[in-house]
Write a protein that binds this ligand. Structure first.
Ligand SMILES: [Zn+2]
Length: 427
């Protein structure tokens, strides 16, 4: 009898212990912080917004408040069905595509297609793979007063220009940043759009676009959108330096000149001066070097990339303004040679290096087709050509996207299947 009682007590204690462990694993109580949204909390714990809302009997998922306690269902291995697929996976030593696909329960074909993999046998350690389609993010529940936040694309290649659109159910003042850098926005009140430059050497994988809307009562509502940066597919090249000009490669000269020009293109005014497509700055378009090519100088490591387009035009060929703007720099530099910078507004600048002669001055207003100078071989070059680059918020972006209809069409939302076309910017 005594033994039986001991057994029963022991059994009871073991059950209690097991129950306690189970209870700890099956639920977390989370206290809502200022600026939290249900989407953030859901992402943090790997559950869906719907699970979180129904688990807490929330009738309106937009209405959560700081200090509120939410019960978060467990994502422990016992009930793995609750957790969602991670969005990306970084290749580890010993991984194969097949193993990665099996581990996350997706097909090998899906993995290859989503990531545009040319040769499935050559994957690299550190390579970031996209696992899940993030299109569901677009329909995620937005906090008040957001009506919609849309991106021109969820997967954006390195070096490209992204366009964001946001609409609100009341008048707000909107600010935005991408990876901590301010985003240029146009519009006001209930509708905004903005342009984001993605760095050509940007890390692959998830980046964050943060929108902060200040309402008339001073309250701030924040939304964070995932932007997945994918490989730009750029090539590599070695630049041979003209003998006798190696001194120009000194880090001090490069840095001092960069500081000078970046101080100018970092000085952003919101006034948008361009509209529509950019023109080519040279009449006879023959490109000899494309944007984004990884570069090494004189056999060194590839630490930089080609920030613009090279036009193979001879000495003295006229250079024209590709869009309206104001000349903000016109002078001779060590590396860029005779250089002109035009500001187009909204953080957009265009640069023209290595000219033989400059015919504009700082402060000049130019319109599309105005002569600004002539092609030359001044600065650190091996021959006459025009180097043309476009800077957006200080980031060098693919100029061809601005010449073709690509960026223009994104801004005016042509050719995109938007079912909530609420706002078209005025031309
Ligand atoms: Zn160039």
């Amino acid at each position: 009898m005594k033994n039986l009682r001991l057994i029963l007590i022991t059994f009871f204690l073991i059950s209690l212990l097991a129950w306690t462990i189970h209870a700890q694993q099956s639920e977390i109580v989370y206290t809502v912080q200022v600026r939290d949204t249900l989407t953030h909390i859901a992402e943090k714990y790997g559950v869906s917004v719907n699970q979180l809302a129904s688990y807490n009997n929330l009738s309106n998922p937009n209405l959560i408040f700081a200090g509120q306690q939410l019960r978060v269902p467990s994502t422990s291995p016992q009930d793995n069905t609750l957790s969602e697929l991670p969005k990306t996976y970084t290749i580890q030593a010993g991984d194969s595509l097949f193993a990665v696909a099996s581990r996350f329960g997706i097909t090998l074909n899906t993995l290859i297609e989503t990531n545009n993999i040319q040769n499935p046998d050559s994957i690299q350690i550190g390579q970031v793979l996209i696992l899940s389609d993030v299109s569901d993010v677009a329909s995620a529940i937005l906090p008040y007063p957001y009506n919609s936040v849309e991106l021109s694309e969820t997967y954006i290649a390195q070096g490209k220009t992204l366009v964001v659109y946001a609409s609100f159910s009341e008048t707000v003042t909107l600010t935005a940043n991408f990876d901590g850098r301010a985003v240029s926005l146009a519009g006001e009140g209930e509708n905004y759009w903005g342009i984001v430059g993605v760095h050509a050497l940007s890390e692959l994988g998830i980046h964050y676009l943060t929108l902060q809307a200040t309402m008339s009562d001073g309250h701030v509502s924040t939304v964070v959108k995932d932007v997945i940066v994918v490989d730009g597919g750029y090539l590599s090249e070695v630049i041979q330096v003209i003998p006798g000009r190696e001194d120009l490669l000194s880090a001090d000269i490069i840095q001092a000149e960069y500081n000078k020009v970046s101080a100018i293109w970092g000085n952003v005014t919101q006034n948008k001066m361009w509209s529509g497509n950019f023109a080519h700055p040279i009449a006879d378009v023959r490109l000899t070097s494309y944007f984004g090519t990884r570069r090494s100088y004189g056999g060194g490591p590839a630490t930089s990339f080609h920030g613009g387009l090279d036009y193979g035009a001879g000495e003295g060929v006229p250079i024209y303004a590709p869009a309206p703007g104001i000349v903000v720099m016109a002078e001779g530099l060590d590396i860029r040679g005779n250089a002109v910078l035009i500001e187009h507004g909204m953080g957009l600048f265009s640069g023209y290096w290595h000219q033989t002669e400059i015919v504009v001055q700082v402060g000049d207003e130019v319109k599309t087709g105005d002569l600004i100078g002539y092609v030359g071989s001044t600065g650190l070059v091996t021959g006459a050509h025009l180097h043309w680059e476009i800077r957006l918020g200080g980031i060098a972006v693919e100029p061809l996207q601005w010449v073709s209809h690509t960026v223009h069409d994104k801004i005016y939302r042509r050719g995109f299947a938007h079912n909530r076309l609420r706002y078209l910017p005025q031309k």
